[in-house]
Design a protein around this ligand. Sequence first.
Ligand SMILES: C[S@@+](CC[C@H](N)C(=O)[O-])C[C@H]1O[C@@H](n2cnc3c(N)ncnc32)[C@H](O)[C@@H]1O
Length: 425
Amino acid sequence: MLSSSTVTLVVNTLAASIVISYVSVTIVLPYLQREKTRDSDSSANTGKSTEKRPSGHPGATSTNVGAVDRNSNSSSSSKAGEGGKQAQQEQELKLELELEQEQEEPQEQHKYFGFVRPNPFTDSLPPSDAAFKAFPKLTGNLELQATVGITQRHRMTLQIPRLLELFENNLKGKLAMALTTREAIDRKEFFETWEFFERTKDNLKCSNGAKTLVEVAGGHGLLGILCAIFKKERFDQVVIADITRPPSYDAVLSCIAEVCPWVVDKVTFVEADFTKTPGLLPRGCAIACVHGCGELSDVVIQTATEAGVASVALMGCCYMNSSAAWASPEAVKMFLGVNVAAEVQRTIRLEAAGYKVTWKHVPRAITPMNRIIIGRRLSEGEGEAIGKKRAEKEKKKVEKKRKKAAAKAAAAAAAAGNAKESVAK
Ligand SMILES: C[S@@+](CC[C@H](N)C(=O)[O-])C[C@H]1O[C@@H](n2cnc3c(N)ncnc32)[C@H](O)[C@@H]1O
């Protein structure tokens, strides 16, 4: 008789082998089968997964070719004999080799997929630069730029060595001297604003009898105040709009009261959120905005064009937060940078609203966000006139080219005729 423990052992062993067989048949074998099929699939294509390739990529086309080939192989193998099968295999091998070679060019492949690409958050074009116009002695003089601290967020002060070398004995020099003596404004903002003013003073104009300049996000307000002083024939009202009225604004204003008191009454500070303050822009006015962060510059453009301002000048910053940047084509953002993408989009928006747009730059040594977009509203019919003039110019160019080509052909024909004649003689 078998003992009860022996019976239990036999029963357990039998149960275990049944379970193992079941698992092998239902799970392991189908899995191995699937793996085998996948291996043969991928080796027939590229030897590696091509899942990610977009359909336009040469690799994708080749993959399809491989697939077609494989199908034709299976269908033709029954018809063709051993020789045909061998030819198919050779063909497959050739394709595989071609695809492997293609994969050995990681640069191309990476470039295509965009793994290696410029940082989308920086301006990837060569930096645009400009000479110093307001204080020309700074151009090319890195030592002087560093000594006076053109990028420093510290106040202008008489303690700065060599600063006075920059100031001439005129109204501009006197004003600069007052701002320095009163330590009214940071050095970076002083140089940046003055350079911005030099580049836009001839573009900021009103129309339809308006005489108002609105400086949005004006902060210290120096730009608007410079316009009120040096472009007094154009502006009898300057509005500085900012969410907060900083102490630097009052400091700048007291310098103005000292040097050119006739300007003080022309300047008003509106402490308000520009995006929530409609009616700030009288029709035909001019609008400026220095470093309106991110979306603010977009809002300025939209509000300005809707209000029909005569001219606009703005220098953006913090482009990452700008809807204009994110509305731009992906490729432009990736390869030209978000900053340029935003500027292009803003330019398109201004042009679409009937403005003629140009770009200028302040010296890059002051700020890398140095591009100024300047727009002038075209008068009625002016846009069409410009288009017509361009088209006429283009037509003349084509006609000139055609005439030149005809003259060349005639000369060649004459030369050929002469050669024939001399041979005949
Ligand atoms: C980078 S600072 C530029 C200040 C000055 N224009 C300059 O160049 O030195 C940005 C200014 O925009 C102002 N600002 C931001 N959002 C604003 C809004 N919605 N309306 C008005 N001003 C705003 C801020 O208070 C700040 O003074």
